[in-house]
Each structure stands twice: as structure tokens, then as C-alpha cells.
Design a protein around this ligand. Structure first.
Ligand code: C2G
Length: 131
């Protein structure tokens, strides 16, 4: 069984998230998503609308996702790849090159981001509509 992992905040779920989850799943048989905890998001200078528990629940409902774990620090990836016997690590190409150190442990794949959509864009446009 080929196991794939990807990491992210996945706040205000949108088609950019769904596209990468679908394509990550297509690279194997089992997809684990490591979703950032609220505490880790502070370190990422991100403030999610939905709590960790809500974002985890939402991700668990997606048919491409087989398991959801927490991401609470920048340094857990090597441990995760070993612990879950990961064959392929996937991230959007806004992270191109950032995780090449994982090539020692598994395949590293950066996929093109979906253009025109982002959680930030949603927040900005909603704010403009309501101002
Ligand atoms: N993504 C995408 N297209 C978009 C928006 C996001 O392909 N239009 C991808 C990102 O490249 C990422 C995933 O969806 O691979 C999740 O995006 P975020 O929730 O913004 O994740 P991020 O904050 O980049 O966290 O340790 C890694 C970090 O946790 C990544």
C-alpha cells in the first residue's frame, strides 16, 4: 500500500485544497493529512477561522482523505514519514524546494497551486462585500 502525506492549515476549505488532496491521493492508496493545530498556526503567523477540531472534522469527511493527524511544529515531518511509513510527501509548489531534505526518506512532490483561490482571497472579498 502506497502511503502519501501532505500538510496544511486547510481553513475555509476551497477547491484549491480539494484539488491538491485529490491529486495527492492519486499518487498512492492512502492519504494522511497533517492539519496545523491552532497553536502551530500562531507560529505560522496564520489565524484560522475554524478551530483545529473543526478543520480536522471537515478534512475527515473528504473522500480522498484516509487519516488526519495534527501538525504542531515545523520539525515533525521526518518523524511522521518514518512513523507512518510514508512513500510520498506532497505539497503545493508555493513550497517548492522547502522540504527537499525529506528526499532522503521518501519521494517529494510539489504540485502546482490552483490559481484564483485562497483562504486569504475569500476573507478579503467577504470583508469588502460587507464594508
Ligand atoms: N493550495 C493549493 N492551491 C491553492 C491554495 C492552497 O494547491 N489555491 C495548497 C497549498 O499549496 C498547500 C495546501 O493547499 O499544499 C494547504 O494550503 P494551506 O492550508 O495554505 O497550507 P499552508 O499554510 O501552506 O501550510 O508544514 C507545511 C504547512 O503546514 C503548510
Amino acid at each position: 500500500m502506497k502511503k502519501v502525506i501532505t500538510y496544511g492549515t486547510f481553513d475555509l476549505l476551497h477547491t484549491g485544497h480539494i484539488n491538491i488532496l485529490r491529486r495527492a491521493k492519486d499518487l498512492g492508496d492512502y492519504l494522511i493529512v497533517a492539519v496545523s493545530t491552532d497553536e502551530f498556526n500562531i507560529q505560522k503567523h496564520k489565524e484560522a477561522y475554524h478551530s483545529f477540531a473543526e478543520r480536522k472534522q471537515i478534512l475527515e469527511a473528504i473522500k480522498y482523505v484516509d487519516e488526519v493527524i495534527g501538525e504542531d511544529n515545523w520539525d515533525q515531518k521526518v518523524k511522521d514519514v518514518k512513523k507512518y511509513n510514508i512513500d510520498t510527501f506532497v505539497m503545493g509548489n508555493d513550497w517548492e524546494g522547502e522540504f527537499d531534505f525529506l528526499k532522503e526518506y521518501c519521494e517529494v512532490v510539489y504540485l502546482p497551486r490552483t490559481s484564483g483561490v485562497s483562504t486569504t482571497k475569500i476573507k478579503v472579498e467577504l470583508k469588502q462585500k460587507n464594508d
